[in-house]
Design a binder for this molecule. Structure first.
Ligand code: PEP
Ligand code: MG
Length: 568
C-alpha cells in the first residue's frame, strides 16, 4: 500500500490513466527584430487569455465560481505589469519570447517555492502552469486535452494543474492521484468541489503505476492500493458503497442552517491546525473557525515567526472567512509540543509545567508579538482571542492587561484593530472548571477543550495507552464538569463552545444540547455529521437522554446506552 495525503473524501475504484505533461521544446534564439518578437509575445498572451477564459467558464459550470477564479487568477498574474515588463526587457536584450517567458517565470517560481507558507508555495504551481501554457501558445502547440476518458478512470500524474482539470471529462473520473500537491493545491480544491476522491503528494507513485492497472484510493486516509486482489477489491467496494450512502444522506445538510429539531440555532465552526485547511473551510460548510491552533507556525522552523509573518497568516484567515468568526488561540506549546529554538527547559512533568499561557507569561515578548499580530489582523475580519490552559484568574488578567496596553499603543499610533475584540478562555483544567463562575465574569466566551479537560480531570496522560481506560469523555466526572462549565457560562450570560474532539462525537450531541452548549468546533469533515445529528433532537428529547445518562455510574454503561439511542 502507498500513502499520500487524502484531500478529497470518498473511495475511488478504477483503472489508471497516466497523464504526462507534454514537453515543451524550443530552440533558444537571439532575436534582432525585438519589436516583432514582442508583438509575437502579445499575440500569444491574447491567445492564452482567450483560452483561459473559455476554460474558466467551463470550470465554473462544472465546479463553481470560486474554483473558476483560480484560472481567472492566471490571467491577472499574466497581466501584472511587473511580469510582462520583465519579459519584454529580456526580449529587448535579444532573448526570444519563449526563453524570456521561461526565465522570468522561473525567477518567480524559485522565490515562491522558497517561502514557508503553503499558500505562497501554491503560487509557484500557478506560475509553473502559466509558464508552460504560455510557451505552448508561443509555439502554436495544442493544450493537453482530457475530454475523452473512459468511465472509472483514475488519473495519475506528477501534478494536475488547474488548466488540465478545466478540460476534463469529470463524470468519468473515479479519482485523482498525484506525486505533488497537498490540501491547498488547486487540484485538491477542484476535486472537493466536484466530489472526486483524491490522494495527492503520493511520492514515487509515477514509478509504480502503469496505464491500465486497476487501483483503489481512499481520499480520506490517503491510502492507495495498486492491482488489488479480488478479496481486497470486494472489501473496497463495500467500503465505497457505505461511504456513498452516508455521503448521500449528509448531502441533504449542505448549505442548511445548523438547527435542532425544535429550531434552536447552533454554530458549527472548524478547528484549524495549519493554514492548509483554510481553503477547505472557506469553500466548505464550516460556519467559521472555532479554534485556530497557532503552534504550527512555530514548529518545523529555526526561529519564531515575526509579527508581520503572523499578521499575514491571521489576516489571510480573517479575509478568507469574510465576516465569519475566526477564533485565534494564543500559543499552546510545552506539554508534548516542543519547539527546540524556544529552549523550554526539560521538565519532569511537562504537561503540568510551563505550557501555553504559563510559557507566555514567562516569555511576555513572545505573547506580545503574537497579540500585536492578532490585533492588527482583527481590522480585517471577525477575529476573537482564545487563551489556552487557564488555571488561575491571574493568567487571564495578564493576557487582558497586555492586550489593553497594545490597544493603547495602537490608538496612539493610529494602527487599526477591532475595538470590541472578544477574549475567551479555554476551559481545559479542573481548576478552570471549578472557578468557571469567576472566569465567566471576566471572559467574553468559553471554549471547552475536552482533550485536555479529560486528561487533567482523570489525571490520565492523553497519549498513554496504559491509562487509556480512564481517558474518556463519558466518565461521569468529565460529564459533570462539562455540565458545570456550560451552566456557569449560561448564568453569566456568555456564549460557550466546545473545541475538543468530543464535540465531534455524535454520542455527545444530545448531552450538549441538553446542557445548553452554543457552538461546536470540529474538523471540517465532521461539520455535516454534527449538523445532521443536531437536527434529530428537540430540547425535550435531548433532556430525556441526558437525564438517564447522568444517573449512570460508568463510562461503559453510558457509551452502551448512547450507542443504542444515537443513530450514527
Ligand atoms: C483540547 O485540549 O481539547 C484542545 C482543543 O486543545 P489541544 O488539543 O490543542 O490541546
Ligand atoms: Mg488543549
Amino acid at each position: 500500500m502507498i500513502k499520500g495525503t487524502g484531500v478529497s473524501g470518498g473511495i475511488g475504484i478504477g483503472t489508471v490513466r497516466i497523464v504526462k505533461e507534454q514537453r515543451v521544446v524550443y530552440e533558444r534564439r537571439r532575436v534582432r527584430d525585438t519589436e516583432k518578437e514582442i508583438a509575437r509575445l502579445m499575440e500569444a498572451v491574447d491567445g492564452f487569455v482567450r483560452a483561459t477564459r473559455e476554460l474558466a467558464d467551463k470550470l465554473e459550470s462544472e465546479a463553481g465560481t470560486k474554483e473558476a477564479e483560480i484560472l481567472r487568477g492566471h490571467i491577472l498574474i499574466l497581466k501584472d505589469p511587473v511580469l510582462t515588463s520583465e519579459i519584454e526587457k529580456l526580449i529587448r536584450n535579444g532573448e526570444c519570447a519563449e526563453s524570456a517567458v521561461e526565465q522570468i517565470c522561473n525567477m518567480f517560481i524559485s522565490v515562491f517555492s522558497a517561502r514557508d507558507d503553503e499558500l505562497t508555495r501554491q503560487r509557484a504551481a500557478d506560475m509553473e502552469d502559466l509558464k508552460t501554457r504560455l510557451i505552448k501558445h508561443l509555439l502554436g502547440m495544442d493544450e493537453l486535452k482530457l475530454d475523452d476518458l473512459p468511465p472509472d478512470t483514475i488519473l495519475c500524474a506528477k501534478e494536475i494543474t488547474p488548466s488540465m482539470t478545466a478540460g476534463m471529462d469529470k463524470k468519468n473520473i473515479a479519482g485523482f492521484i498525484t506525486e505533488k500537491g497537498g490540501e491547498t493545491s488547486h487540484c485538491a480544491i477542484i476535486a472537493r468541489a466536484c466530489e472526486i476522491p483524491a490522494v495527492l503528494g503520493a511520492k514515487g507513485i509515477m514509478q509504480l503505476v502503469h496505464n491500465g492497472q486497476s487501483a483503489v484510493l481512499d481520499g480520506h486516509t490517503g491510502e492507495i492500493i495498486l492491482s488489488p486482489d479480488e478479496k481486497t477489491m470486494a472489501v473496497c467496494r463495500e467500503k465505497k458503497q457505505h461511504y456513498d450512502e452516508r455521503n448521500e444522506l449528509l448531502r441533504n445538510y449542505r448549505g442548511k442552517p445548523s438547527v435542532s429539531a425544535d429550531g434552536k440555532k447552533y454554530a458549527i465552526l472548524c478547528n484549524v491546525g495549519n493554514s492548509n485547511n483554510l481553503d477547505k473551510i472557506a469553500v466548505g460548510e464550516g460556519e467559521g473557525i472555532g479554534l485556530f491552533r497557532t503552534e504550527f507556525m512555530f514548529m518545523d522552523r529555526k526561529k519564531s515567526p515575526t509579527e508581520d509573518e503572523q499578521f499575514e497568516v491571521y489576516r489571510s484567515a480573517a479575509l478568507k472567512m469574510q465576516d465569519r468568526t475566526v477564533v485565534i488561540r494564543t500559543l499552546d506549546i510545552g506539554g508534548d509540543k516542543d519547539v527546540p529554538y524556544l529552549e523550554i527547559k526539560e521538565e519532569d512533568n511537562p504537561f503540568l509545567g510551563l505550557r501555553a499561557v504559563r510559557y507566555c507569561m514567562k516569555n511576555p515578548d513572545v505573547l506580545r508579538v503574537q497579540l500585536r499580530a492578532i490585533l492588527r489582523a482583527s481590522a480585517f475580519g471577525n477575529i476573537k482571542i482564545l487563551v489556552p490552559m487557564i488555571a488561575d484568574l491571574s493568567e487571564l488578567e495578564f493576557v487582558k492587561t497586555m492586550t489593553k496596553q497594545i490597544m493603547s499603543e495602537f490608538d496612539a499610533k493610529g494602527i487599526a484593530y477591532k475595538k470590541d475584540i472578544r477574549t475567551g478562555v479555554m476551559i481545559e483544567t479542573p481548576s478552570a472548571c471549578l472557578i468557571a463562575d469567576l472566569l465567566a465574569e471576566r471572559a467574553d466566551f468559553f471554549s471547552i477543550g475536552t482533550n485536555d479537560l479529560i486528561q487533567y480531570t482523570m489525571a490520565a496522560d492523553r497519549g498513554n495507552s496504559d491509562v487509556s481506560y480512564l481517558y474518556s469523555v463519558f466518565k461521569p466526572s468529565v460529564l459533570r464538569s462539562i455540565r458545570h462549565i456550560i451552566k456557569s457560562a449560561k448564568n453569566a450570560g456568555i456564549p460557550v463552545e466546545m473545541c475538543g474532539e468530543a464535540a465531534a462525537d455524535p454520542r455527545m450531541t444530545p448531552l450538549l444540547i441538553s446542557f445548553g452548549l452554543d457552538g461546536f468546533s470540529v474538523s471540517p469533515s465532521s461539520v455535516l455529521p454534527i449538523r445532521k445529528e443536531l437536527s434529530g433532537y428537540t430540547k425535550d428529547s435531548a433532556d430525556k437522554i441526558t437525564e438517564t445518562v447522568m444517573k449512570m455510574t460508568s463510562s461503559d454503561e453510558i457509551k452502551a446506552y448512547l450507542d443504542s439511542v444515537v443513530g450514527i
